[in-house]
Ligand binder design. Structure first.
Ligand SMILES: C[S@@+](CC[C@H](N)C(=O)[O-])C[C@H]1O[C@@H](n2cnc3c(N)ncnc32)[C@H](O)[C@@H]1O
Length: 249
């Protein structure tokens, strides 16, 4: 069974902080990977879904780059959905409640692009959410799923207790890159895929008030890597998938 850990911590952060005008670096990278600002992508006939969107910050950022593309957000936490619905609607972005592991009511091949950032690593198994992303993407479409990956062939399932409350959280699983690769290689609707490691272009200082917020550490080779209060590298990768519905037909 794929346990669905909902992070109340994430919810609080997204409700408290308004970061629409400060897009995350991962959002900028995904927009570039998908060429979402290009004239070819600025078409009302094209569509993108962001899965586990929280308050829709990624879609909001994309609307600033691309006034035409249809933008849909799907988020599990109804409080987040209600909080941002009106603001997103003003920018022509729709948001609804849904579970990325089981996108009931979303037909196969609905979207040209599917994105998800920091969601798949919450679950005990990456396959249902990754499989749903691929299912709802059309032939010739592309998915970008940002998740933590282990470069060694071991799926690491992590739990930690939130200091103070003792609540068990599970947002930081590190699936083996080899497990994800095997799944994608065997998937009948995947034409090709690649992994692109996320690198921060600037230093992030640690936050004393919240050790679970990532900060950057310089390696002896001069590379900036992300670290957090779990005392491990936050090895984030964009999993980039080219979808082909006709591969086996
Ligand atoms: C780490 S946050 C990332 C939010 C957003 N993607 C971003 O990068 O700013 C994870 C989000 O996934 C949502 N989430 C958790 N379980 C989910 C599920 N089963 N289906 C859809 N969203 C889910 C959480 O409520 C939270 O908003």
């Amino acid at each position: 069974m794929n346990k669905n850990y909902i992070s109340s911590i994430d919810g609080e952060i997204y409700l408290r902080e308004r970061r629409y005008d400060h897009p995350k670096e991962i959002f900028k990278q995904a927009a570039e990977i998908l060429a979402l600002a290009s004239p070819a992508a600025c078409q009302p006939s094209l569509s993108l879904v962001d899965l586990g969107s929280a308050t829709g910050e990624f879609a909001y950022y994309i609307r600033g780059l691309n006034p035409e593309i249809k933008l849909q957000c799907i988020e599990h936490n109804p409080e987040l959905v209600e909080d941002c619905r009106a603001l997103l609607a003003q920018r022509g972005i729709d948001i609804c409640c849904g579970d990325i592991n089981d996108l009931q009511g979303v037909a196969d091949s609905t979207f040209d692009f599917a994105t998800s950032f920091g969601v798949t690593q919450i679950f005990e198994d990456f396959k249902p959410s990754l499989g749903e992303m691929i299912r709802v993407t059309r032939d010739g479409g592309r998915c970008v799923n940002l998740m933590m990956l282990n470069e060694f062939p071991i799926d690491v399932l992590i739990r930690y207790r939130v200091p103070g409350t003792g609540v068990v959280q599970a947002n930081w699983n590190k699936f083996a890159m080899s497990s994800v690769a095997e799944f994608l290689e065997q998937h009948p609707e995947v034409a090709s895929y690649r992994f692109l490691k996320h690198e921060m272009p600037f230093d992030l200082p640690p936050r004393e008030d919240d050790p679970m917020r990532s900060w950057t550490v310089m390696t002896p080779e001069g590379k900036r890597i992300l670290w957090n209060g779990l005392n491990m590298e936050i090895s984030l990768y964009h999993v980039i998938i080219e979808v082909s519905k006709g591969k086996n037909s």
